[in-house]
Design a protein around this ligand. Structure first.
Ligand code: XMP
Length: 177
């Protein structure tokens, strides 16, 4: 698996330090209240697990299955909600966590959907934000790292379902695609 990595973009210890700072920011913005956290699967599960254990707040953690890549390296342009039922968010402050902000379609679709379900406020956090023009106008409230416009793997991010368990963010060798 490691042999398929072209280069390490963000090392594990750098991610850990950044998560400490993100958790502090979130703690500050949600003082003392119960937070409904919605983790977008599958990509955000590693990021969310590490971030949320740094948040000493009462959390109600929900997951939402959304798909936009369908396994490859290009966004399909469509966001599919794969769950039959959405978490109950009416009147609640919600924090949505995703792995990466790319075209922006996923986060925009999820925020719109939760707002439509009556959420009092929807804030968003992503581990990575690609430096590119978004297809839709959306930015995250909490961003771990800005990266260039390239396909990345590791720390939850996959190529055809693989590499999610790499403990760092890297790029994939062309021969492995
Ligand atoms: P959008 O384009 O909707 O993308 O902002 C968000 C979702 O697309 C996936 N994505 C990636 N997955 N490496 C990945 O493994 C990448 O470089 C990448 N860029 C986007 C991801 O699932 C994200 O939630």
């Amino acid at each position: 698996m490691e042999a398929d990595v072209e280069r390490v973009l963000i090392a594990e210890d750098v991610i850990e330090k950044r998560l400490d700072a993100m958790a502090r920011e979130i703690r500050h913005d949600f003082p003392g209240e119960v937070i409904v956290v919605i983790v977008l699967l599958k990509g955000a599960f590693v990021f969310a697990a590490d971030l949320l254990r740094r948040l000493p707040r009462m959390l109600e953690i929900e997951c939402l299955n959304v798909a936009s890549y369908h396994g490859g390296t290009e966004s399909s342009g469509e966001v599919d909600f794969l769950d039959r039922k959405l978490p109950e968010v009416r009147g609640r402050r919600v924090l949505v966590l995703d792995d990466i902000l790319d075209t922006g379609r996923t986060l925009a679709a999820v925020v719109e959907r939760l707002a439509g379900e009556g959420a009092a406020e929807v804030r968003t956090g992503v581990l990575l934000a690609k430096d590119r023009v978004r297809a839709v106008e959306v930015e995250a409230d909490y961003v771990g790292f800005e990266i260039g416009d390239e396909f990345v793997i590791g720390y939850g991010l996959d190529y055809q379902g693989r590499y999610r368990n790499l403990p760092y963010i890297g790029t994939l060798r062309r021969e492995a695609m």
